[in-house]
Design a binder for this molecule. Structure first.
Ligand SMILES: Cc1ncc(COP(=O)(O)O)c(C=O)c1O
Length: 431
């Protein structure tokens, strides 16, 4: 007799526990009764192997900005599959997507593809070092730039760092790498500018998430970093892997009105396919150009699957959909309703709740600390309460990542938000 859907899911979870390192994909593990294996997604919903339907506010950690299985993306990908999936030579979708990215991104003259956001920030730092001839990089406390050894300093410290030194986030990151990474608090403008001024002749790049996880940049912060980096010939890198094509068509650069030298794109840029990109000014990116310099002076940043035609075709289709009139107004309106509704519902139940961020991507944090400006402010949030609330949301069919972000897609409707707010209110009542 074939297993029931619930039995099949239980079997798969047992296999995952045995065959996947850590039993899952990431840093959090759900309790057995809420753990799930996803069978399929469509629009704003996913269904588990056990047959349970969820409204998805995780969007695979951001890429599914168009919702799942958007017909434009499915069609574009299907149109490529029978032509082969990768060649390691130029192909039309890769050139077309580069043209569109360079058009859309305010700092964009040229594009370099990578496979993941991690590779994009990793190579962006290498490009900046090669361009400036300096070694150090400055990042902000609480910023997430992926899993490479230069990104994993001061990302989630529970106590303030000994600025500009920070602790590594992961075991296995060499202490020596940390000697080239400086860390300072986000939104502390004077402190950051002072550090840049004092170490200007050693700093190759300042890398910043313009919307740092869920923290908005205070007026003047990004402008001051831009001004200081320009003054000292330091490369300013915006990590737009979350914000790109999400908080505005022109990303954080358009939204906050500050233009960096390079920006890293991932997640939404390829409609859920594994492709990311560095988009930047020609002069800085010229260190990648073997046409204009001897090979020993070229930055190495190639990977086998970079710019492959299937992912690039998905990217072109995603940008077609996102460029339609009204898309960003709709994301903003739907996100605002959910965000305001969550705060209103939690406060009505007497909880100290805030939803920092932008309407398209925001956090839910249980803390009385206001305003939330820095990573250390965020550490005042009650993570245990956040975890318990997220589990109650999951129990009710809302797919959320505990203590992380809510992502809104163009597939979420007003009716989804109405239903979600009812479930959210029940989840608050349950904790
Ligand atoms: C701002 C930011 N930068 C970089 C990354 C790394 O991207 P990836 O997970 O594709 O390596 C992430 C991933 O969540 C991110 O949020």
């Amino acid at each position: 007799m074939s297993p029931t859907p619930a039995e099949r899911q239980a079997e798969l979870l047992r296999d995952a526990g045995q065959h996947l390192a850590g039993g899952g994909l990431g840093l959090f593990v759900l309790p057995d009764d809420l753990n799930l294996v996803i069978d399929r997604g469509e629009g704003a919903r996913v269904w588990s192997v056990a047959g349970r339907e969820y409204i998805d506010y995780h969007l695979s950690s951001g890429p599914a900005l168009l919702g799942h299985a958007h017909p434009a993306i499915t069609e574009a990908v299907e149109g490529r599959l029978s032509k082969g999936t990768t060649y390691y030579f130029l192909n039309e979708p890769e050139i077309e997507l580069a043209r569109r990215l360079a058009d859309a991104v305010p700092c964009g003259d040229v594009v370099h593809y990578t496979g993941s956001g991690t590779e994009a920030t990793f190579y962006a730092l290498r490009i900046a070092r090669a361009h400036t001839g300096r070694n150090k990089v400055l990042k902000f406390e609480g910023a997430w730039h992926g899993m490479h050894d230069y990104g994993l300093w001061g990302t989630v410290p529970s106590v303030p760092s000994n600025y500009p030194h920070a602790r590594p986030d992961s075991v296995g990151v060499p202490a020596e790498t940390g000697e080239t990474v400086m860390v300072t608090p986000f939104n502390e403008t004077a402190q950051a500018v002072d550090l840049i001024n004092r170490h200007a002749d050693e700093i190759a790049a300042v890398i910043v998430e313009p919307l740092q996880r869920v923290l908005l940049p205070e007026p003047g912060f990004l402008e001051a970093i831009r001004e200081a980096t320009l003054r000292h010939g330091i490369v300013l890198i915006f990590d737009e892997i979350v914000t790109g094509f999400r908080i505005a068509w022109g990303g954080a650069q358009e939204r906050y009105g500050v233009i960096p030298d390079m920006a890293c794109y991932g997640k939404a840029v390829s409609g859920g396919f594994p492709l990311a990109a560095i988009v930047g000014k020609r002069e800085v990116m010229s260190v990648l150009d073997a046409r204009s310099r001897p090979r020993e002076q070229v930055v190495w940043a190639t990977n086998t699957l970079n710019g492959n035609p299937v992912c690039a075709a998905a990217g072109c289709a995603a940008l077609d959909v996102l460029s339609a009139p009204g898309v960003y107004d709709q994301l903003d309106r739907i996100g605002k309703r959910l965000r305001d509704g969550i705060v209103e519902s939690g406060r009505r139940r007497g909880l100290p709740i805030q939803a920092p961020g932008e309407n398209m991507v925001f956090g839910v944090r249980f803390t009385e600390r206001e305003p939330l400006r820095t990573w250390q402010d965020l550490t005042t949030a009650d993570k245990d309460l956040g975890w318990r609330w997220a589990l109650e949301c999951l129990r009710r069919g809302l797919l959320v990542n505990p203590n992380e972000k809510f992502y809104i897609s163009i597939a979420h409707t007003e009716a989804d938000i109405d239903h979600t707010l009812t479930l959210i209110d029940e989840a608050f009542a349950a904790i």
